[in-house]
Every structure is written in structure tokens, then in C-alpha cells.
Design a protein around this ligand. Structure first.
Ligand SMILES: [Zn+2]
Length: 511
């Protein structure tokens, strides 16, 4: 007797369909799983045998062969337990099946037959739905994760026994209650109104959010860099369902999604500087997404930037540039998304007080240069905005600002600038959404300069010794500043402001 059951597993964020074939043959009782299973899939044998018996069914005393196809796809994880068990029940005719819907079966089995939560249910369901599949069986514990998907019917079950009774027609399947989408009204993070002074820093944050630009803040300890970084999510555009799904599916995969469904505001990840490059960009024998992917559609905050390991920063370059991470595997590779805003912070020197109005810096100049050099070069080239955050003077600390601008006002302006960009790039074909994501020729097309602007930029390049990359960065930032004003063309004033955001390019000459 032969039975076919459809299941699936994840390759990166993509679902790959897996055909589960169960064959029963005469001979001494034996149970084998073939088709490139990993250790965890091989152990499905023990789980499936126990789950079938403990659900009150007989396990066939025949030769049971389970084949997972396609053969060249490495099968990982506990996605297939349920499909294998159902295949065995069908092939052995242990139950009289009256309905056999065309659906994808996913679920891990506990020894008592309970269907356990699986990792990555959201990306699996979303990807299967995008491939046109209409129906799937999932563990009830995963039902909330997928309750926002509209195009795929999900049948949630908690026990193998229930599934069997559904197939025999004794029971109707429960439904997933689909829920309306509602993000939190006030995103997590520091409101700009709570931050004293720092007008230039706030302006730079607004530009970063408006154009999707990475930003580096340099300032003494206590100048408020971390507070400003934490304010970034509060000025980014409102959190949409599509973005929430994009971000949540990465968290679903890493197993960190709370049981209440989707992330209700933008992720803000701030790994410690001792983080390994694998934890930062993802990897491992069973690949899991790293911090940069967990920050997808949100913010990745690297405090004390020069303290990060050099190889970790190097590893970030390509994902920052491409918006996705490729992790090489024994067979093929896994790809995870990594479109996040990078906000980094650093001191101006090892002791932290260079340029402080009151305190003395004790660093010899060669140590300052070495410190700054840690983040120079190719990594710095990925950062469009580099700003100095001056220490607040005592008067500023005690000054009562008459009406500090709250984040929601800034967010409204950011959304207008983003809407202009979305309009401009909708026919681009390359999937660009922000000024920061423009590449090569697109820059020429969308960031044209006036004669005056060109001259200004040319003299700045000569004076500051800027690289070709810095030259491009300035044009993109100027495009964003123009968008914030609603200006169609980039004016000299926009270029002039954008040049101000190259604090580190200017630094070496000052020592
Ligand atoms: Zn110092």
C-alpha cells in the first residue's frame, strides 16, 4: 500500500514543498526514512511510532518505508512528523478515510500524539500562499502566527486523534479566527520631545528616517546618542501590515515571535559589541537569522561601534548594501532579508572626552587615530549620515524648551517624503523604495544637480578629499533633504547641508 502526503520545509525564508511517500510492504517489521533527512527528521521514526500507538491506533507490523522527495533537498526540522503519521494511517488503513483534502501538512508530534508548535510557521504559510497553495494543516499553537493571512485556509489541530477524526468525517476542523490588523498607536522608543536640545542630531534622524539612510553619531558619553537612537523608530513611517508580516516571519523562524501573533511595532535590535559575526548576520549548522535580519524593517543599533570585532563589521557590509544576507550551506544557500536602518554610535576618542567643553581628553593623538581608523574605510562608506552630537552645556540641560516637537509631527513629515519617493520609484522596476537604496545609474537619473550644486560638491570633494562613494552618498542625502522640502530638484542648499553629514571624512585632517 502506498500513500502520498504533501508537506513543506524552509530554505531560508522560502517554502519548499516536500512530497512524503509512505510504502508498506510485506516482510519483517521495519521502519526507515529516506531522502536526505537530518538527524532530527530521522528521529521522527520514534516520535511517529509512539504518537500513533498512544493515539489508540495500531502501528503496522510491516516494512514501512518513508521517502521524502525531492531527494536533493536537505530535510531539516520537525515539520514532517504529522505528514508521515497521516501517511502511515492512510497506507495501513488504520482509519477509514472519507475526505482527503489537497493540503500541506505541517506539525511536530509529541510522544502522546499532541501536535507541537513548529518554528517558521509564518514564513512557511506566507510563502506557500504566494505559490498559490490554498489550504494547510498547522499546529493550533501556531494558529495566531498566521491569523493575518487571507489567501490560505489554515486548519489548526492539537492532537493526532483529532486529525484522524476529521479525516474519517466524525469531526469538522476548527477554523482560524482571522483578526483585523492594528499596530500600536505609539511606537516603542524615546519620543523626540523627551530629548533636550540636540537640534542637529534630531534633524539628522529625520533625514535618516525620511530617506532610509544609515546614520553614525559621534559624541562624548552622556551627550544623548543612545536616546536619539532609541527615538529613531518613533519617527519612521507608520507600521503597515505588509511590513509587520515581513519582519515577523524572520522572528517566527528564529522562534522569538510571541504567541500573540505579529510584531506590533518596528523591531529595534541593539546587540552588544562582543557579538560574534555569526550572531550578527546569521548562520550555524541549522541556519538561523542573525541580528541584522531580526532588525528587518526596523532599526539595528550598534553602540560603541569601534569596539565591535572587525570581522563582524566586515560581515555586515554586504547585507547592508544588498538588503539581504546569503548564508552558504553544504547544499545551496539560505537567504534572509536584512533591510534595516543602521544607527551606530561612537565616542570621539578612547577616553570619550575629546572636544568636551569641561573635561579633558587624555588620549595621545596616535591612539585617537587608531580608534577612528577601526571604523574607517569600506564600512564607513555604507553610512550616509555621519553627525557629531555635542555634549550639552549646563544651561541647555536646565533650559525649558517652550514647545519641543513630538515624534508624531516629525513622523508625518517623514511619511510625506517617503510618499514622494514611492511615487518616483514605482516604475523603476528594481524594487527601490527609498533614496538610500538607489544604485549606479539610478543616481544620475534621479539625483541630477544644478550647475551651482555641482560646483559646490566639487569643491567639497577637493577640500575634504572625499571618496567616490562619499560623493554618491552626499547626492542621495541631498535628494532626501529636497524631498523633505517638497522640492522637485536638488538645490545647492540641499547639497550644502548634505556635506555637513560627513563628520568622519573630515576628521583625519584635524589631527
Ligand atoms: Zn580622549
Amino acid at each position: 500500500m502506498l500513500a502520498h502526503v504533501e508537506s513543506a520545509c524552509l530554505v531560508g525564508m522560502e517554502a519548499a514543498q516536500v512530497h512524503v511517500e509512505v510504502n508498506l510492504a510485506k516482510g519483517l517489521p521495519y521502519f526507515s526514512i529516506v531522502g536526505l533527512p537530518d538527524a532530527y527528521v530521522r528521529e521522527a521514526k520514534d516520535r511517529v511510532v509512539a504518537a500513533i500507538r498512544n493515539s489508540g491506533f495500531e502501528f503496522p507490523s510491516r516494512r514501512v518505508t518513508v521517502n521524502l522527495a525531492p531527494a536533493d533537498l536537505k530535510k531539516e526540522g520537525a515539520f514532517f512528523d504529522l505528514a508521515i503519521a497521516i501517511g502511515i494511517l492512510r497506507a495501513s488503513e488504520a482509519i477509514t478515510i472519507t475526505r482527503w483534502p489537497r493540503c500541506i501538512w505541517l506539525g511536530e508530534l509529541a510522544l502522546d500524539g499532541t501536535i507541537r508548535r513548529i518554528r517558521g510557521a509564518l514564513p512557511l504559510a506566507r510563502s506557500l500562499s504566494q505559490k498559490g497553495l490554498k489550504e494547510m494543516v498547522l499546529p493550533t499553537a501556531n494558529a495566531e502566527d498566521v491569523s493575518f493571512l487571507r489567501k490560505i485556509k489554515v486548519r489548526p489541530f492539537t492532537h493526532l486523534k483529532e486529525v484522524a477524526r476529521w479525516l474519517t468525517g466524525e469531526l469538522e476542523s476548527p477554523d482560524v479566527v482571522s483578526r483585523p490588523w492594528k499596530p500600536v498607536e505609539r511606537p516603542e522608543g524615546t519620543d523626540l520631545a523627551e530629548i533636550k536640545g540636540q537640534a542637529a542630531g534630531k534633524r539628522a534622524l529625520e533625514i535618516a528616517a525620511a530617506g532610509g539612510h544609515n546614520i553614525l553619531m559621534m559624541g562624548c558619553p552622556g551627550s544623548g546618542k543612545s536616546l536619539l537612537a532609541q527615538a529613531l523608530p518613533t519617527v519612521m513611517p507608520a507600521w503597515s501590515l505588509e511590513e509587520a508580516l515581513d519582519a515577523s516571519q524572520v522572528h517566527s523562524l528564529s522562534g522569538s515571535l510571541r504567541s500573540s501573533g505579529l510584531l506590533d511595532s518596528r523591531p529595534f535590535r541593539s546587540p552588544h559589541h562582543t557579538v560574534s559575526s555569526a550572531a550578527l548576520i546569521g548562520g550555524g549548522d541549522h541556519p538561523t537569522p542573525g541580528e541584522i535580519s531580526l532588525a528587518h524593517r526596523g532599526v539595528l543599533f550598534l553602540d560603541e561601534l569601534p569596539e565591535f570585532k572587525r570581522d563582524a563589521l566586515e560581515a555586515l557590509r554586504q547585507p547592508l548594501e544588498e538588503g539581504q544576507v546569503h548564508i552558504r550551506r553544504v547544499r545551496g544557500r539560505a537567504t534572509y532579508p536584512s533591510e534595516c536602518l543602521l544607527v551606530a554610535a561612537m565616542n570621539p576618542c578612547p577616553c570619550g572626552y575629546r572636544g568636551h567643553p569641561k573635561r579633558e581628553c587624555v588620549c595621545p593623538s596616535h591612539r585617537v587615530q587608531k580608534y577612528l581608523a577601526k571604523v574607517s574605510g569600506p564600512f564607513l562608506d555604507r553610512i550616509d549620515l555621519q553627525v557629531e552630537i555635542p555634549a550639552l552645556k549646563v544651561e541647555e540641560l536646565f533650559a525649558e524648551e517652550t514647545s519641543p516637537e513630538p515624534s508624531e509631527f516629525v513622523r508625518a513629515r517623514v511619511e510625506r517624503a517617503r510618499a514622494l519617493q514611492a511615487d518616483r520609484y514605482q516604475d523603476n522596476g528594481a524594487g527601490r523604495r527609498t533614496n538610500a537604496s538607489l544604485r549606479g545609474r539610478e543616481l544620475k537619473r534621479y539625483c541630477g544637480l544644478t550647475e551651482e550644486g555641482k560646483n559646490l560638491l566639487k569643491s567639497a570633494v577637493e577640500r575634504l578629499g572625499l571618496s567616490a562613494r562619499a560623493f554618491d552618498r552626499i547626492r542621495k542625502v541631498a535628494r532626501t533633504i529636497a524631498d523633505m522640502e517638497g522640492a522637485e530638484n536638488i538645490q545647492a542648499s540641499h547639497i550644502a547641508e548634505a556635506i555637513q553629514y560627513r563628520a568622519l571624512d573630515k576628521k583625519p585632517a584635524a589631527y
